[in-house]
Ligand binder design. Structure first.
Ligand SMILES: *Cc1c(COP(=O)(O)O)cnc(C)c1O
Length: 295
C-alpha cells in the first residue's frame, strides 16, 4: 500500500483590527485540515517513519506518549489507515479518557508504564517486543530525522514568501524541518519558534541537531504559560475569542500559545509595518478534550 495522504492545507488570512492598525498581513496554514485525526505536524512526522516501517516489513508500530498525546492518537489512526497493528505505551497509571478511547477505537493496544520505567523507552520496547521482528519502534512524538524531512515539505507547499513564519514547538522537530525547508528554498523568511514548555531555551540545541545548515531563527521562550499543558485565564480567553472570531478551532497547548505570541508581539510593535506573517496551525485540536474543564 502506498503510504501517503493528499495534502489539503490551505493558507487563510486572519483579519483583526490589531493587524490592520499595525499594517500587518497575517495568515494561517491549515495543517489541521490534513486529516481529522492524523492532523497537522503529526502526519508530516509519521509519513517517512511509516514508509520506513513498511520497507522493513514491520507490521506493528510501537510508540509512546502521555494519556492525552496527539501523537498516540495520530499513530493509532495512521496505523489503521495504512494496515499496521499498533501499540501505544502510555505514561502513568492506567486511566481512561477521550483520547485513549479514540486510540482504542482505531485498534491500538495500550500498555501503561509507570513514570519511572517510562523514562527508558528502548528498555520498554525490549520488555514487550524484543522477540518480535515485526515491531517498529517510534520515539515519543515521532522525533527523528524522518520526521524533520516530513515537516520540511510544508515549506515546499508555500505559494509565496512570507517575512515571518511562526510555529509551536514541543520537541522542536517540526521547527527544524521548517527551518531546513526555508534554507532549501533560500527564502528570506525568519522562522519564529514558540516553545510550549518551560525553560524552552534547550530547544535551540534540540533544533540545531536536525538542521542541514546553521540558519538563524528566533526562539520566543516567554509563552509557555507555566509549562507543557499549563494554561491561565488569559490564554483560555484568547483561545475562545480566536475561535469565535475566526471559526478556526485551535488548542491551548500548541497553536493557542503560538498565536498568542503573534498577537502579543504585534501589540508590542515587534513587527515592521508591511510585514507578512504565516502561522502554522499544527493540528492537535483533540487536545481540547483534555482541557474541557479549563474553559
Ligand atoms: C506535537 C505537536 C507539536 C509539537 O511538534 P514538535 O515537532 O514536537 O515540536 C506542535 N503542535 C501540535 C498541534 C502538536 O500536536
Amino acid at each position: 500500500m502506498d503510504i501517503d495522504l493528499e495534502i489539503f492545507s490551505p493558507v487563510h488570512q486572519i483579519n483583526d483590527k490589531l493587524f490592520d492598525e499595525q499594517g500587518l498581513k497575517v495568515f494561517i496554514k491549515r495543517d489541521d485540515l490534513i486529516h481529522p485525526i492524523i492532523s497537522g505536524n503529526k502526519w508530516r512526522k509519521l509519513k517517512y517513519l511509516l514508509k520506513k516501517a513498511q520497507a522493513e516489513n514491520k507490521t506493528r508500530l510501537v510508540t509512546f506518549g502521555g494519556a492525552y498525546s496527539n501523537h498516540l492518537l495520530a499513530t493509532a489512526a495512521a496505523a489503521a489507515k495504512f494496515g499496521f497493528k499498533a501499540t501505544g505505551i502510555v505514561r502513568g497509571e492506567p486511566v481512561e479518557n477521550d483520547t485513549l478511547f479514540l486510540c482504542r477505537l482505531h485498534g491500538m493496544d495500550l500498555i501503561f508504564a509507570d513514570r519511572e520505567s517510562y523514562r527508558d523507552k528502548p528498555a520498554l520496547f525490549d520488555k514487550y517486543f524484543a522477540d518480535d521482528n515485526e515491531a517498529f519502534f517510534i520515539h515519543e512524538g515521532g522525533a527523528s530525522p524522518e520526521a524533520v524531512n516530513g515537516c520540511s515539505e510544508l515549506v515546499d507547499e508555500l505559494a509565496e514568501a512570507y517575512d515571518h513564519i511562526f510555529c509551536a514547538a514541543g520537541t522542536g522537530t517540526m521547527a527544524a524541518g521548517i527551518i531546513n525547508g526555508i534554507y532549501n528554498h533560500q527564502l528570506p523568511t525568519v522562522v519564529h519558534v514558540v516553545p510550549v514548555l518551560k525553560n524552552g531555551g534547550f530547544m535551540a540545541e534540540e533544533i540545531s541537531k536536525f538542521l542541514t545548515a546553521p540558519v538563524d531563527h528566533q526562539l520566543h521562550t516567554g509563552y509557555h504559560f507555566g509549562g507543557y499543558g499549563k494554561v491561565n485565564d488569559d490564554l483560555i480567553a484568547f483561545v475562545k475569542k480566536f475561535i469565535a472570531a475566526t471559526g478556526i478551532l485551535i488548542d491551548p497547548i500548541y497553536t493557542g500559545k503560538m498565536l498568542y505570541a503573534i498577537y502579543d508581539l504585534a501589540a508590542k510593535n515587534y513587527f515592521k509595518p508591511g510585514s507578512s506573517i504565516l502561522a502554522i496551525h499544527s493540528g492537535g485540536i483533540w487536545g481540547l478534550l483534555g482541557m474541557k474543564e479549563k474553559f
